[in-house]
Ligand binder design. Structure first.
Ligand code: HXC
Length: 511
């Protein structure tokens, strides 16, 4: 028995070494942790249970049958807990064939994906890998497709999170692209379908890995990634924080954590958040931070389309998704990027039973050829579609402007908003006073006095919440300082909301 235990321990020790000490050291020198070190930081201490530690590849081409076969085959898989809640995890081991995916490596991931789906728990992939194992050819490609298929089957059923922690290419970017969130580590992680060398050969462009697919590119320009962190440690600790906001599956309620923040808390400073001058910006994040429990807000895509803010917070210890126009950036206008960003977030919340709180201060959709040529009609429609199909509790507060189509889109009463509140500073109209008067009183445009009178008339009639409140489109005009209390009460009332859309195979959201 002693001998057997020793053999097992020796085999385990060998597997833990992955591609060997020299490659582990190289990983550390690059500022990266190893797959197992990452898992240890992600999960509750000592909770990791590993699967398939001894799996080996079966390839014989290109000398793959020579030399030692490394147990584990470039990916560490298993499950554990984050603050006591089960999560499944797989981490690419860059020290073994650059973390590339072989047939057996794929089978390990597939097993974890199947387990996660069957047991309805989130799955987190830690990526640091060079795509398909080149020596295995179509066996590796087939393996990827099996992983992709499972990504799609799990989409909307369990949360899927990808963290990019090294250079990732090929299938190691497509699988993350089908998950709910992608996070990157600054300076050490890259994502591209084809790397700089292939780019040079095909298009003759000279580009560095950072310029092609670094964290700054993907969190700002491409919006492929949701957020970036300075190092592995920070990224992993933030993933623990994110998991705490998410339900384990689409059949579970949001997690409920103890909150020490009074749900009835009033905040007098909100009464002066809106500047006297309606064209002056203010930071809508201030409102989010002041209404969320303990000011805790996990922002998604903060560096992209900053004219809309999206992210998770809690009220009375339960997760909510915040969507808010940001007057600080482009006056909070809705453009294609902002619409796509918010639509995806709204759909995530709806899929996972997370109530949506929407703060509205929007002057409309952004006019211009750049937007129209870029498909604003379709992108704007995504957000409209997402809000309209969402059946989770929807609570909306119009803080200032709600103009034109953007009024409709931003979780209005007409899109089945459950609670539609407005602050006394709200202005709900087809457009601002100047534009409106210039159109409907065009004949008097040269008569400054008349125009001034008409403008005042328009402002009095429409640039307030009352025209909408008179029709019941606004349920109540609320005091800004009481916003948290009103939200808490609304969300508590809506806890058992039960609305179903008509049966369909799936909808046809404009893509
Ligand atoms: C086999 C690979 C590999 C791969 C890397 N390695 N990628 N082995 N298959 N795909 C091995 C290297 O040979 C090397 O082995 C070790 O991993 C580390 O790689 P380096 O190149 O030294 O590291 P680095 O300079 O950091 O570059 C990392 C990299 C680069 C950017 C990922 O290795 C690279 O470009 N790899 C190829 C990427 C690629 O084109 N993959 C196929 C994509 S197609 P040693 O023994 O020297 O340590 C694909 C199909 C699916 O994925 C598409 C689905 C839609």
């Amino acid at each position: 028995m002693k001998e057997m235990l020793k053999t097992l321990q020796d085999r385990r020790d060998r597997a833990v070494l992955g591609g060997g000490q020299a490659r582990i050291d190289a990983q550390h020198t690059r500022g990266k942790l190893t797959a197992r070190e990452r898992i240890d930081l992600l999960l509750d201490h000592g909770s990791f249970e590993e699967f398939d530690m001894f799996v080996q590849h079966r390839s014989t081409d290109f000398g793959m049958d020579k030399g030692e076969k490394i147990p584990g085959d470039g990916v560490v898989t298993g499950w554990g807990t984050v603050n006591g809640r089960t999560v499944f995890v797989y981490a690419k081991d860059f020290t073994v064939f650059g973390g590339s995916l072989s047939e057996t490596h794929a089978q390990k991931i597939m097993k974890i994906q199947d387990m996660a789906l069957k047991n309805r728990a989130p799955i987190i992939g830690l990526f640091d890998a060079g795509g398909a194992r080149i020596q295995e050819g179509v066996a590796a490609l087939g393996g990827y497709a099996e992983v992709f298929q499972r990504n799609v089957m799990a989409s909307g059923v369990i949360p899927q999170i990808s963290v990019i922690m090294g250079p990732c290419a090929g299938g190691d970017v497509y699988s993350p692209a089908m998950t709910d969130f992608i996070f990157m580590v600054r300076d050490t992680s890259y994502m591209f379908v084809t790397g700089p060398d292939v780019v040079k050969t095909v298009t003759n462009e000279t580009v560095t890995a950072e310029e092609l697919g670094g964290a700054s590119v993907h969190t700002t320009k491409s919006s492929v990634a949701d957020r970036a962190y300075d190092n592995d440690l920070e990224a992993l600790l933030q993933m623990r924080r994110l998991i705490d906001f998410l339900p384990s599956s689409n059949r579970d309620d949001v997690p409920e954590w103890p909150s020490f923040d009074d749900a009835e808390r009033l905040d007098k400073s909100l009464d002066t958040l809106i500047p006297d001058n309606p064209n002056k910006p203010y930071d809508i994040r201030e409102l989010i931070l002041k209404v969320a429990d303990e000011g805790d807000f996990f922002e998604i895509q903060g560096a992209h389309a900053a004219n809309i803010v999206t992210g998770f917070g809690r009220i009375e210890g339960r997760s909510v998704g915040f969507v808010a126009n940001q007057p600080l950036v482009l006056a909070g206008v809705l453009d294609s990027d902002a619409s796509r960003k918010a639509a995806r977030f709204v759909r995530f919340c709806d899929a996972f039973n997370i109530p949506i709180v929407t703060f509205v201060d929007v002057p409309g959709f952004l006019p211009g050829t750049a937007q129209e040529y870029g498909g604003l009609i379709k992108h704007g429609a995504k957000l409209l579609f997402a809000y309209a199909e969402a059946t989770v509790p929807k609570v909306t507060v119009i803080t200032r402007k709600a103009f034109g189509g953007a009024y409709d889109v931003m979780a209005s009463k007409h899109l089945r908003g459950d609670f539609n509140y407005a602050w006394p500073t709200a202005q709900i109209a087809v457009m601002g006073a100047k534009g409106a008067v210039e159109i409907i009183f065009r004949a008097d445009i040269k008569d400054a006095e008349k125009i001034a009178v008409r403008t005042k008339e328009y402002e009095d009639r429409f640039l307030s919440p009352f025209a909408a409140a008179e029709r019941g489109y606004i349920d109540e005009v609320i005091m800004p300082h009481a916003t948290r209390k009103r939200l808490a009460r609304a969300l508590a009332m809506l806890r058992h909301k039960d609305v179903e859309n008509p049966w369909k195979k799936h909808d046809n959201i404009p893509l």
